[in-house]
Structures are given as C-alpha cells and as structure tokens.
Design a protein around this ligand. Structure first.
Ligand code: CUA
Length: 348
C-alpha cells in the first residue's frame, strides 16, 4: 500500500516537469517572437531590449511553474463529496522545501537585479561632447530649449537631434506631472513640477519618432505628442541656424500665414492638426472649428485665442486643451501673419 502510493506520487511530478518544460519553451519562443517595441533609435535601446529578453527567459518558467502547481493542486487536493466535515491532514511544514523555495527566488532576484544595475549604469554613462536640451512639459505640449552660448535659448515644440551626438535631457513640468518618453529611444522619465529630472540618450538612427506623454495629465493627455527628428549633424546645424534667424523669412517676403497654419514653423505645431479651417483644407475636430469660432472676430481677439487660449472658450470645448506656449514658439512676425490670415480666411 505504501509502496504503491510512492509510485503514484512520482508520476505526477514527472508529468508536471515534462509539461512545464514544454509550456515554458512555447512561452519563451512566443515572448521572443513578438515585436514588443518600435525600432531601436538610440544606443540605449539595444541593452534595454536585451534585458527585456532575459526577463522573458526567466519569468516565463516561473509563471509556468506556479501555474502548473496551482492547477495540479486544484485538481488533486480538492474536497470530494462526503469530505465536507473533514479537516485536511495536519501539516507541520517542510524545512527542506522552505529553504529551497526561499533560496531559488532569492538567487534569481539578486542575479537579475545585478544585471539590471549594470545595464542602467551602462546606459547612464556620460560621454564627451554631450549636448544639453531642456524639456518643459505643460498641459498639453512639450517645449524643447536648446541653450545657446551667449544668447537666448532656441525654443521648439519639435525635437531635433543630430545623429550620434550624446544628449542629456533636463526635464521640468510647469503644472502637473507629465512623462517625457520617446519609445524608439526606450528611455522615459517623469516631468515633475519643482524638480528637474534627467536622462541621457545617444540617437543612432536617422528618422522621425513620436514623443509621447506617458503620465495621465488631464483631458489633453492623449494629444500631448510631438515628433523627434533625428537628422545628420549638418542638417541639425542648418536647423539651429534657421531657428536663430526666424525673421529671415520676412526679409525675403511676407510670411505665409496659411503655410504656418497647415505646417507649423518647425518650432510651433501646426494649427491645422487640431482645427478645421475650410480655406486651409484642414478637418480635425480636436479643437473648435475656426470657420465658426473666429468668423467676424477682430485681430486682437484672434491673437488672444492663439496666445491665451483659455481667456475665452468656445461652447462645447474644454479649457486647458490648447497649448499655452504659442506666444513663445511663434515669432512676433509669424504671429501677426497668422492673425492676418485667420482674419481673412475664417468663415470665408
Ligand atoms: Cu502630459 Cu500626459
């Protein structure tokens, strides 16, 4: 009788091990096959993705082991009819088992933490020639400031970065907590009012990548997005030069308010990405329809709608959605051109 039971107990253990190994192999293969992340666009992305793969290798077998033991226990140790009044068998612990199930997770955790620490240390390492960029989050826009030696910083709502140049972001928030995230770089950090947070990135792939706010920050959270442009150093220098001389356009001729409306200026986001205006051919409904909202308004009122958008709110829309930084990211000439264009085009 005793021998028989001993044999019966070995069989399910073997069954569990075999199925555990198969399920783990399938889980790991699936976990590694899925493309979890967008393309890698920074030197930080590789080590982070590798860390993620190692975590899949480790966590899938843990998950499978726990699940199989739970399922096995539910099936084999459940109460059967007629056992309602019975107590379970008295169990007084098993020292060897407890040592094992404490020691193994402890070792796994120490190894993983050490590895993660090494990766973190590695991706946060300072490099020569590092460029400083200040990132300012506010409801609901990002502003990037490029300090200029002996001059005013260049401000932009589009993030321009030269390829292969190490960058350190100094991140701040003006109102509530936001989170500065470029998924293609893999790095993200909270923007917290009253605190300056920082991280380093070295972009190593040309292209455009989304900048996302990763902290629920209010009604406009989902539209608190902009674009990172990783460009060649030559193009970057040209962009900086262009930003330094925003009046250059007016020297050649009048600034085109319509183009500004549909395309933005490289620093300011295009109005047309949120507003409908028949003359410009834009149709977004994130913000008020300007053909209705601005028709018949005078220049001062239109200007106020751009620089102080919450002063007067169109019925049916909420205060605080439109970024409040257009007074900063548009030059005086650009603002005038835009006001003039809107005065002529709205409700036409
Ligand atoms: Cu800012 Cu979400």
């Amino acid at each position: 009788m005793r021998r028989e039971r001993a044999r019966d107990e070995k069989t399910p253990v073997l069954w569990m091990v075999v199925h555990g190994v198969i399920a783990s192999a399938i889980g790991i293969a699936a976990g590694l096959a899925i493309e979890w992340f967008p393309e890698q666009a920074s030197t930080q992305a590789g080590p982070i993705d590798h860390l993620y793969d190692v975590l899949i290798w480790t966590s899938v077998p843990v998950f499978v082991t726990v699940s199989i033991i739970v399922l096995f226990s539910v099936r084999n140790f459940k109460m059967r009819p007629g056992e309602e009044q019975l107590d379970g068998p008295p169990i007084h612990g098993n020292t060897r088992l407890e040592v094992i199930w404490t020691a193994i997770p402890a070792v796994v955790l120490v190894v993983l933490c050490s590895y993660a620490w090494v990766v973190l240390n590695d991706i946060e390492e300072a490099h020569a020639g590092e460029m400083r960029i200040n990132v300012v989050g506010q409801q609901f826009a990002w502003t990037f400031e490029y300090p200029q030696p002996g001059g005013k910083p260049i401000k932009s709502t589009q993030l321009y970065l030269p390829k292969d140049r190490p960058v350190r972001f100094y991140v701040k928030a003006l109102d509530v907590i936001h989170d500065f995230w470029v998924p293609a770089f893999r790095m993200k950090i909270d923007a917290v009012p009253g605190i300056e947070t920082k991280y380093r990135v070295t972009p190593n792939r040309l292209g455009t990548y989304p900048v996302v706010c990763a902290e629920l920050c209010g009604l406009g959270h989902s539209v608190m997005r902009t674009t990172t442009h990783v460009v060649t150093p030559a193009k970057f220098n040209a962009w900086i030069a262009e930003q330094k001389a925003p009046a250059a356009a007016s020297a050649e001729g009048e600034i085109d308010g319509k183009t500004l409306f549909t395309d933005g200026n490289g620093a300011a986001t295009a109005c047309g990405s949120c507003h409908t205006l028949a003359d410009a051919g834009t149709q977004s409904e994130t913000g008020p329809d300007l053909d209705k909202a601005l028709a018949g308004e005078d220049a001062a009122s239109i200007k106020q709608s751009i620089t102080a958008p919450d002063a007067k709110i169109t019925p049916g829309f909420q205060a605080g959605i439109m970024p409040k930084n257009y007074g900063d990211t548009l030059s005086a000439e650009e603002l005038d051109a835009l006001v003039k264009y809107l005065g002529e085009a709205a409700g036409k």
